[in-house]
Design a protein around this ligand. Structure first.
Ligand code: CO
Length: 134
């Protein structure tokens, strides 16, 4: 069902400092930062040869990563994103196996302009999983 690892998302308090670590210390290709008000985050993408790192900083009140950063003061891995060929078929199959889909269960347009869903970490080895339509 799952295909390529699309990205690993890392929540940070200071996205400029995090981007600098990736750009300068790790010498990676780093995008400009993009505010995503609909998602309550500002994003920076680190483009690696085989996948991406998505740096996330809270944006506005009620950001979905605010609580995570309260628990993880230094930031940390927030979720991993796998590609699927058919997000509706994947959702229905997973739900049929008892997995919990977050929110109203309908795909939303994610940070890359493609439909995404999030799966409950308790059902996936303690890791928040994002599925993205390939
Ligand atoms: Co993501």
């Amino acid at each position: 069902m799952i295909g390529r690892l699309n990205h690993v998302a890392i929540a940070v308090r200071d996205i400029d400092a995090a981007a600098k670590v990736y750009r300068e210390t790790l010498a990676a290709e780093v995008s400009e930062k993009v505010p995503q008000p609909a998602h309550g985050v500002t994003t920076v993408f680190v483009n690696l040869p085989n996948t991406k790192i998505e740096l996330l900083e809270p944006l506005g009140a009620g950001s979905p990563i605010a609580k995570f950063l309260e628990r993880n003061a230094d930031g940390g891995i927030h979720h991993i994103c796998y590609e699927v060929d058919d997000i509706i078929a994947a959702r229905d199959k997973l739900k049929g196996q008892g997995a919990r889909v977050l929110g109203d269960g309908e795909p939303k347009i994610g940070a890359h302009g493609k439909p995404v869903l999030f799966l409950h970490p308790k059902d996936f080895c303690g890791t928040l999983v994002e599925l993205e339509q390939a």
